[in-house]
Design a protein around this ligand. Structure first.
Ligand code: FAD
Length: 485
């Protein structure tokens, strides 16, 4: 076919990205960096609405600094912990120093291999970030944006290829060299190829928004300001059953909940009422967001279910990121899967050997992480001993993920091999994990009289004392709780 755009005229069948969602945009930027002309089929600029996906995990944080670059730091805040509130037990995994400065991160991540995982960690305000990524992607001379939706994908089972893509505007792309499907749960290519979908959860109702704040009103030593905070809501005490997040962004707070379908009439409760109950649940735990923040953006709601597709790639197609796999959100892995797809996209177009296998190998271990989190969400982590075990296993996933990822940034083979070895070692037993990472797991704290966790948490801002305290008191507490459950 004749291409309708001058700078791609020499390419017979350019790669096509379906959807200008964040995954599609990352892939577009990656192809542009590799100077590969491509077509992006998508919509208008994203516009200002609260999005899901603002807590960034270790691998995607590294990508933020190394692949996207420090210019995006204006949308970020540092992420230093993940806390978990279950019944009256507060626990936390310490991931970085809350006093570190965002502007120093680019220097730190480039200075040492060991700094990489902890100092790079961030939250990102996607309202502004997605807009900037969109402008940067379509601004490249290698990207040709066509604003349309897909009407039909023609897939051939015998060749395992996408033969043509018909757009709603009547245009047709025949014999595309490569197709990146970034349509998320819609999974257009997977549907045309009739791929099996493995469901990993029930359908949950997700309700979320952004709240505005005057940052001067929040004291500097407020522990929950510096990390991702998770709260398991109980029907009996909170009027809702589900798992909620609280992610502080620059001058906003991202707050939401995934409601278990065991809730009484989850679909009938208005989203405003859900949000009201949610804010009250935080207030009860001493996190007084309803006093500090006010509503800024519209409250949004959607059904959601986690899943895994039968395979991630075919002869000329890739299910990108969230289109291939979606796992429990507390893993903060959504953007990470998008980045994996983006990093591998140029190799895919050039048909580098093993690239499809590498892509699947990088993403499939997430399923184990999903089931680990699922156990907590279903209520299986309700005692101090169980919480230690939960966090110990959580950290054991990190070195393995990192070792696979650092390959993309040409780190020394020796470093990568050592990480792999370390990953094997710590997976022997959670007691080994606890011995090695006990400094990061905060001793479980009971809720105090005013809802706030007691004693240990103010130490969070004095990292050496805090880490030592976690190790010594944590171990003692763990052993005690094993003996007297
Ligand atoms: C409750 C919850 C919390 C989450 N929290 C986090 C988190 O803290 N950290 C994290 O990293 N991730 C998180 N995620 C995951 C994250 O939100 C997603 O991975 C990410 O936003 C998905 O982006 P995407 O670009 O892959 O897909 P989507 O945002 O789903 O976009 C799909 C796009 O496809 C387009 N499309 C559909 N049909 C067509 C068609 N026919 N033609 C053209 N385009 C089409 C749609 O318009 C849409 O824009 C969370 C997810 C949930 C459910």
């Amino acid at each position: 076919m004749d291409l309708p755009y001058p700078h791609l005229v020499s390419i017979e069948s350019p790669p096509v990205i379906i959807s200008s969602s964040i995954t599609g945009l990352f892939i577009s930027i990656s192809l542009s960096k590799a100077e590969i002309p491509h077509v992006l089929i998508g919509g208008n600029a994203p516009g200002g609405q609260a999005r899901l996906g603002e807590s960034v995990n270790q691998t995607a944080s590294i990508d933020f600094w190394k692949f996207l670059g420090p210019k995006y730091s204006q949308f970020c805040t540092t992420k230093s912990h993940i806390s978990l509130m279950i019944s009256d037990l507060f626990s936390m995994i310490y991931l970085g120093n809350p006093k570190r400065k965002l502007e120093n991160i680019p220097r730190l991540v480039n200075s040492s291999f060991f700094n990489l995982a902890t100092t790079s960690l961030i939250h990102v305000d996607r309202v502004l970030f997605d807009e900037q990524v969109y402008q940067d992607a379509i601004g490249s001379k290698f990207c040709h944006l066509i604003q349309s939706k897909i009407e039909l994908i023609n897939y051939s089972e015998s060749t395992d290829r996408v033969n043509s893509i018909l757009l709603e505007n009547g245009e047709m792309f025949s014999n595309p060299r490569m197709v990146f499907d970034a349509t998320g749960v819609v999974s257009l290519v997977a549907k045309s190829a009739n791929l099996k979908k493995k469901v990993l959860s029930e359908v949950e109702k997700v309700v979320w928004t952004h709240l505005n704040v005057n940052s001067n009103e929040i004291p500097e030593d407020t522990w929950w300001k510096y990390g991702t905070n998770l709260l398991r809501l109980e029907q009996a005490t909170d009027g809702l059953q589900g798992i909620s997040w609280l992610i502080p962004l620059k001058e906003r707070l991202s707050v939401g909940v995934s409601l278990a379908n065991t809730n009484e009439n989850p679909d009938e409760m208005p989203k405003e009422q859900v949000m009201d109950l949610l804010l009250r649940a935080y207030d009860k735990r001493g996190i007084q967001i309803s006093k500090l923040y006010r509503h800024e953006l519209e409250i949004r709601a959607t059904p959601h279910q986690y899943y895994l597709l039968e395979r991630a790639c075919g002869a000329n197609w890739m299910l990108a990121g969230n289109t291939f796999i979606s796992i429990w959100y507390p893993s903060s892995s959504g953007l990470a899967t998008s980045m994996y797809a983006a990093l591998m996209a140029p190799g895919f177009v050039k048909k580098e050997e093993e690239i499809g296998k590498n892509y699947e190998d990088a993403l499939l271990p997430l399923v184990d992480f999903h089931w680990h989190i699922d156990q907590m969400i279903k209520g299986g982590v309700g005692s101090p001993a169980a919480l230690y075990k939960f966090w110990s296993i959580w950290v054991s996933f990190l070195p393995g993920k990192l070792s696979k990822h650092l390959y993309w940034y040409q780190y020394k083979q020796l470093h990568i091999k050592l990480l792999k070895l370390f990953s094997k070692l710590i997976n022997i037993h959670y007691f080994v994990q606890l011995s090695l990472f006990g400094f990061a797991i905060t001793a479980v704290s009971k809720r105090g009289a005013h809802g706030t966790p007691q004693k240990i948490w103010p130490l969070y801002f004095h990292s050496k004392k805090f880490l030592l305290n976690n190790y010594i008191k944590g171990f003692a507490q763990f052993l005690k709780s094993k003996i007297t459950p």
